[in-house]
Ligand binder design. Structure first.
Ligand code: PXP
Length: 236
């Protein structure tokens, strides 16, 4: 059965709107755990637009749920990850101007850096996943760099409809089958919500589904614990 990782970046986005310390990130993580999630995801961006390193350390030290740290393969952030020792690290591409992570990693163009980063993180026993577009080539590249898992980018699937979405789902299924064939864990995320989740959940071998924005948006109306519970029930 697939598991639910909840991305709480946007709880920190709300906090940063006033920088007054609320809503508290640890309190949010506790609500996420109470709602039945399996892990907590945060993206420590280079520009610290939402999550900052204090949040990452607090979430790790409070040990509420296993921590999945999303990060770019950048020196400063790698050093923080090596010190924090999160249960999982997801390496993502990062552009300063983007509103959210726009595409998967271009593994082929950064092979040496990504291989070295994966190897350092594996030394501290973090499970390393690469956030990639759903293609057989990207999955093979991730495996060749030593990734333990891939997280397939579901953004295009989420942002299309009709036959285009069907085609994106087929790409996800093909990339998923390759991931399993190469012995890696299969995760997915980006743009997943209460309406589009089920076909992705049902992909053979799905492990972690990392979902943030739709849950935090729903929490405005239902509270975070309930919003997480609804998503957890949908997964199970
Ligand atoms: N997985 C990765 C690698 C991401 O970068 C994001 C967005 O931060 C998510 C999952 C969650 O995406 P969303 O907030 O659209 O659910």
């Amino acid at each position: 059965m697939a598991k639910l990782g909840v991305n709480i970046d946007h709880v920190a986005t709300l906090r940063q709107a006033r920088r007054e310390g609320i809503p508290d990130i640890v309190k949010a993580a506790k609500a996420v755990a109470a709602g039945g999630a399996d892990s907590i995801t945060v993206h420590l961006r280079l520009d610290r637009r939402h999550i900052n390193e204090k949040d990452v350390y607090r979430l790790k030290n409070e040990d509420i749920l296993p921590l999945n740290l999303e990060m770019a393969a950048s020196g400063e952030i790698i050093e923080i990850a090596l010190d924090v020792r999160p249960a999982m690290v997801c390496i993502v591409p990062e552009k300063r101007q983007e509103l959210t992570t726009e595409g998967g990693l271009d593994v082929a163009s950064h092979r040496d850096l990504l291989r070295e980063t994966a190897s350092k993180l594996k030394e501290i026993e973090s499970e390393v996943s690469f956030f990639v577009d759903p293609s057989v080539e990207s999955v093979r590249e991730a495996a060749s760099c030593g990734a333990d898992a891939v997280e397939l980018h579901t953004g295009r699937y989420a942002n299309t409809s009709g036959s285009e979405r069907e085609a994106e789902l087929e790409k996800l299924k093909t990339a998923a089958a390759e991931t399993l064939k190469l012995g890696m864990k299969l995760n997915a995320g980006h743009g997943l919500n209460y309406d589009n989740l089920v076909p992705v959940r049902d992909i053979e071998g799905m492990n972690d589904l990392n979902i943030g924005y739709s849950i935090v948006c729903r929490s405005v109306f239902t509270g975070l614990e309930n919003a997480v519970r609804e998503m957890a029930e949908l997964i199970r």
